[in-house]
Design a protein around this ligand. Structure first.
Ligand code: HEC
Ligand code: HEC
Length: 362
């Protein structure tokens, strides 16, 4: 091809030659720019909700809120809509940032309206179709009810749902979008919540190397280090971080000290003394993008997390039996095993998820 271009250039007369070269370079540039950058993904076509081959059946009630293209697109617009907050500055996406697997990377506790700080770390919006309960303490049982919490929380969006609905009702573009999605341009709280759920239900992370290996896609295979780490994680962490979601959705005490804000965890919801300091087991997917870790974001690195499990577990009442060990609390890991665990955990990072243009602000 290059040879052919050179012959044409040499055969062209000098006046036209310059013009020809400039045009060719421009065409080649446009062609190069239209190609995918490495690591990014083309916008995916809308395919609705699909259960990945290696995942269990979802927990969400799709029968009362089927995901449609129009509903999903409306939900996406709402997720990135700052009018959901009192002074129109904060959207759901301000705290749930896609490039950080929909967490607020770098913030230990959430950072909301008027620079107010919350008391908990922002969890990822990821694989929530499989989650039976929401929030670190499981205080919310239906995804369709969840947005009421951030909209009305003083440190988050500090608005009322009625005001949000009124603001949207005044915007002709939203009336059109609600009409398209739900056949009604009178915006209701129910349809607002359903649209947000439709967006969040499609935030599915299932394209990591681990998933490719499990689904036997192409030549995907673990290195020997990753394979050894996989065995260790299944044995030593899998009792709580159960594959393929890497959480069993339960509430447990993993031996953290109570921390500065003495967050009582699940106890605040159930008032059962045995639930004191229990938190929802978070997933181990996408850890490369979601630091800091734990309900209060106390650990900034994975090494700090592994230090906790190997030597920091507190033998307090309520400590999960899986961590009481043989004599000493915690999970013993040699230096070599730690490296293997880390190698495996990195196979759970899903770049396709954090760069999927379908989930980005449009
Ligand atoms: C100021 C930051 C902030 C904003 C804004 C925010 N969130 Fe969150 N989100 C959080 C924090 C912090 C939690 C954990 C709260 C808890 O456990 O008490 C959370 C939890 C969640 C959860 C539960 C996830 C799980 O695994 O249980 C969902 C779903 C969610 N947010 C969706 C939304 C939606 C939808 C919006 C917009 C309407 C929104 N968030 C706005 C910080 C924020
Ligand atoms: C007894 C159940 C249990 C076991 C076993 C366990 N974990 Fe956890 N893990 C939890 C709970 C509960 C939390 C959340 C605790 C909190 O924030 O208060 C957590 C949090 C984490 C986090 C933070 C994730 C985030 O998004 O903040 C990481 C990373 C983690 N565990 C890794 C591991 C690894 C690696 C192992 C095995 C070596 C392991 N865990 C074993 C229950 C467990």
């Amino acid at each position: 091809m290059l040879e052919c271009l050179c012959t044409i250039i040499l055969k062209t007369d000098p006046m036209n030659r310059k013009h020809f070269i400039v045009t060719t370079v421009l065409i080649l540039l446009v062609f190069a720019c239209s190609r995918d950058l490495p690591g990014t993904h083309k916008p995916e076509a809308f395919e609705g909700f699909r259960q990945p081959g290696n995942f269990p059946a979802p927990a969400y009630h799709f029968e009362t809120n089927p995901v449609t293209k129009e509903g999903f697109e409306l939900g996406r617009k709402l997720f990135y809509e700052t009018r959901l907050s009192r002074n129109n500055t904060i959207s759901c996406g301000s705290c749930h940032i896609q490039s950080s697997a929909f967490t607020q990377h770098g913030h230990d506790v959430s950072h909301g309206i008027d620079d107010r700080l919350g008391s908990r770390n922002t969890p990822p919006v990821m694989n929530l179709a499989w989650s039976p309960l929401f929030m670190w303490d499981g205080g919310i049982f239906d995804l369709d009810l969840q947005p009421v919490a951030p909209i009305t929380t003083h440190e988050e969006m500090d608005e009322t749902v009625a005001n949000v609905v009124a603001k949207l009702q005044q915007a002709p573009e939203y009336r059109t979008l609600f009409q398209k999605a739900f056949g009604n341009d009178q915006i209701s709280t129910g349809n607002l919540m359903k649209a947000l759920s439709q967006f969040m239900l499609l935030c599915v992370s299932s394209r990591s190397k681990y998933d490719s290996v499990m689904r036997r896609e192409g030549t995907a295979a673990f290195t020997s280090e990753e394979a050894a780490g996989y065995t260790l994680v299944v044995q030593k962490c899998g009792g709580c971080h159960k594959e393929p979601l890497f959480t069993d959705g339960s509430f447990r005490n993993n031996g953290l000290d109570t921390g500065t804000n003495k967050d009582p965890g699940r106890y605040a919801v159930t008032l059962r003394p045995e639930d004191r300091y229990k938190f929802k087991v978070p997933s181990l997917r996408n850890l490369a993008y979601t630091a800091p870790y734990m309900h209060d974001g106390r650990f900034y690195t994975l090494d700090a997390v592994l230090d906790h499990y190997t030597k920091g577990v507190q033998a307090a009442p309520g400590l999960d039996p899986l961590l009481t060990g043989n004599g000493a609390p915690g999970i013993p890991l040699t230096a070599g095993e730690r490296d293997q665990v880390r190698a495996f955990l990195s196979t759970l990072n899903d770049r396709a998820f954090i760069t999927d243009r379908l989930l980005a602000e449009q």
